[in-house]
Ligand binder design. Structure first.
Ligand code: GAP
Length: 475
């Protein structure tokens, strides 16, 4: 399977060098699978979050947003099934003591095989997972001579289930402390607020509730940068519908969500749908939207038809009626749900993977190159960089005037150090779509040079038109 590990490593280094993403607590040698967003990464992430939020809430009159707490009553996780079922089959290597998620271990091995052999191995694995056949999975690992990457041996334990939730205590002293969980998904904050939102918002089915927030999972395989983290952000939407209409809404949301992805300016061939092999017992359809990352096609979003499982289960555990009276059919029912759930950090990685380019600009025997992040202007951390050509002759004052005019409307960056060419390259590396240079001609006729990031073309336009040009590009 074609992967581009070099590009993946280059993106990770670039993110660190240019203030996008740092390893958490780096001065203490870092914390595995936990990352911090730097000055440009946090802006990029905020813009993606905003793009999703607007497309869900502002653009859909029947979807509203909430912001529920991370801590929830512990019974929530009994009702949702996470206490009993939120686990993955794991296997330990007895020599290295390293633990692996079984599917990841087998998938990594399949990637090294010829396509037909790799596909056959994955098919066998899928069937065993579907039947919860743990001894069979262990046999498959042994038969295929799959070795631990650290010890190089096949000295494996049995396959066991391992719960992925983090727990902690609430309460001031140990005696009255009680165990609660850090939420492993944001969705349950939506379900437990279904009645509150439906009643106070006078929402009529079909309607949706959207939420963005942190989720926590004790992931075992933790070596894929922000693709798989222990603390991450999800953007989820639960769409409540009349039972019996789920097939139609499932198709609707598959279509809508793909349109959102393509709206990032990414071509269709970089995406594919992957239907789930093993459906949760309550689900009647589920698929992933996969993107072609430098590490291969991987899940970025899940679309799930969850029937009335979640609301029905909360009704049972809480004793509160989670029902809706549908005036059109004069009936009470527990609504069915279509869920769309996308990882914000994975989307950041997707946008970075799509934007990252190393360009050879050598000309007439003179070697030159640049790294450019071709973000869609609406997602770029900085929209406009403003450079006075020199630090004197009144040019900084003119540049500051433009900065004052634009910074209320979008993120600008001001710089007067170094040669212009060097300043351009620094902005290319953080993905700024436009740079403006103020020079001596600006003083005479009020025009500036605007430089376009992707084409590197420069044109002279009146300074008074800069703001509008940028606004048009980011709209
Ligand atoms: N409420 C449904 C749910 O949580 P999921 O498939 O487990 O479904 C949804 O997660 C999305 O959250 C995934 O498609 C992925 O983008 C993101 N995600 C899940 N685990 C993640 C992790 N450990 N690190 C980063 N993103 C993760």
């Amino acid at each position: 399977m074609a992967t581009d590990q070099n590009k993946f490593q280059a993106i990770i280094s670039h993110c660190k060098e240019y203030g996008f993403i740092f390893q958490s607590s780096e001065i203490y040698d870092g914390l595995s699978a936990v990352y911090d967003y730097g000055q440009y990464g946090s802006e990029l992430k905020r813009n993606i979050r905003e793009y999703w939020w607007k497309s869900m809430t502002q653009m859909h009159e029947n979807i509203v947003g909430i912001d529920a707490a991370i801590f929830m009553h512990p019974t929530t996780w009994k009702a949702s099934g996470h206490v009993d079922n939120f686990s993955d089959p794991m296997i330990d290597n007895k020599d290295s003591k390293k633990r692996y998620r079984v599917d990841h271990l087998i998938e990594a091995h399949a990637e090294k095989l010829e396509k037909a052999a790799g596909d056959a191995l994955l098919e066998k694995m899928d069937n065993l997972i579907k039947n919860d056949d743990f001894p069979g999975l262990r046999d498959l690992i042994i038969e295929n001579n799959i070795k631990c990457a650290v010890s190089g041996t096949t000295n494996w334990t049995d396959v066991r289930q391992f719960n992925l939730m983090f727990s902690t205590q609430v309460g001031s002293v140990a005696e009255d402390a009680s165990e609660i969980y850090l939420r492993p998904e944001t969705a349950q904050g939506i379900f437990v607020n279904f009645l509150n939102v439906q009643k106070t918002g006078r929402m009529k089915i079909p309607f949706g509730i959207a939420q963005v927030g942190k989720a926590f999972r004790n992931e075992i395989v933790a070596r894929q940068f922000v693709f798989r983290m222990r603390e991450f952000e999800q953007m989820e939407m639960q769409f409540f519908i009349r039972p019996g209409t789920q097939q139609e809404w499932y198709e609707y949301w598959k279509n809508e969500r793909m349109k959102w992805h393509l709206g990032l300016g990414i071509s269709q061939d970089k995406y594919r749908f992957h239907d789930h092999v093993k459906l949760a017992f309550y689900a009647d359809a589920a698929c992933d939207i996969e993107y072609d990352f430098p590490i291969g096609f991987k899940e970025v979003e899940g679309i799930h038809s969850r029937t009335d499982h979640d609301l029905g289960s909360h009704q049972k555990f809480s004793g509160k009626k989670m029902q809706y009276f549908d005036p059109e059919i004069n009936q009470n029912y527990v609504p069915y749900v279509i869920e769309t759930s996308i990882g914000l950090d994975r989307t950041v990685l997707l946008v970075l993977s799509e934007a990252y380019k190393e360009e050879d600009l050598s000309k007439d025997g003179k070697e030159d190159s640049r790294v450019v992040l071709s973000f869609p202007p609406k997602l770029a951390p900085i929209k406009l960089a403003i450079f006075p050509l020199t630090k004197k002759d009144g040019l900084p004052e003119l540049a500051r005037e433009l900065m004052a005019d634009c910074k209320q409307d979008f993120y600008c960056f001001y710089e007067e150090k170094d040669a212009i060419g060097k300043r351009y390259r620094r902005q290319d590396a953080i993905g700024t779509p436009f740079c403006v240079t103020i020079d001596h001609q600006t003083k005479e006729d009020g025009t500036v040079t605007i430089r376009h990031r992707d084409s590197m073309e420069q044109e002279r336009i009146p300074m008074s038109q800069v703001k509008e040009l940028v606004q048009k590009a980011i709209r």
